[in-house]
Design a protein around this ligand. Structure first.
Ligand code: ATP
Ligand code: MG
Length: 180
């Protein structure tokens, strides 16, 4: 599976809709300070279900909606859609192009979609569980994360290995079943 493209509209500095195609190989994002490079990484984490405004460098979730500039009005909502190619069905869904979309309004409510159908945040989390992708996955290594892994408690570190081994979803299901 790999990221094919990402469409961002109204998210942070992206007042205009943009589509970023991610070619095969290594992609670098370059630009002057404050031009929105980190905002692209934030958009990817957000569409995967990030719930913490602080880890997206804001104080409340509404802060991620385009706030306007001297020349442009602010927007009422933000939307990020990500297309993931799933040729070998690593994600357990019967599509080879998987489109994950999240939208948020100024009221604070988020809507999630998988291939155009509205779904729950939980459905998105389950889709990515054990793929290494996702908010807690290791495919996004944030600043300071290596230090956190090295200095974390053994139980916390174990989650990383469980995700890599593909058994994390069974653990989550067992814990859910035990709660019932
Ligand atoms: P650096 O090289 O310093 O790391 P960068 O390219 O990573 O810079 P970002 O942090 O991605 O830059 O972008 C910061 C810019 O995003 C700032 O100019 C900030 O004003 C803008 N920004 C953040 N949130 C919003 C918002 N809600 N509406 C409009 N602009 C926003
Ligand atoms: Mg940056």
């Amino acid at each position: 599976m790999y990221l094919d493209n990402i469409e961002i509209h109204g998210f942070k500095s992206f007042g205009d809709a943009v589509k970023l195609n991610i070619p095969h190989g290594i992609t670098g994002v370059i630009g002057p300070n404050g031009s929105g490079k980190s905002n692209v990484a934030d958009a990817i984490r957000w569409v995967l279900g990030e719930q913490s405004a602080k880890s997206l460098r804001g104080s409340k979730m509404e802060d991620i909606i385009f706030a306007g500039t001297s020349k442009r009005k602010s927007l009422g909502y933000a939307e990020v859609a990500m297309v993931i190619k799933n040729p070998n069905k690593i994600m357990s869904i019967d599509y080879s192009d998987v489109v994950i979309k999240r939208r948020i309004y100024r009221s604070g409510e988020s809507e999630y979609f998988i291939n155009g159908s509205q779904c729950r945040l939980k459905d998105i989390q389950e889709l990515f569980m054990d793929t290494g992708v996702g908010k807690e996955g290791y495919s996004i290594i944030g600043q300071g994360q290596i230090d956190r892994v090295l200095s974390s408690k053994p139980e916390e570190r174990r989650t990383l290995f469980e995700e890599a081994a593909g058994i994390y979803k069974y653990k989550v299901r067992r814990l859910e079943a035990e709660k019932k």
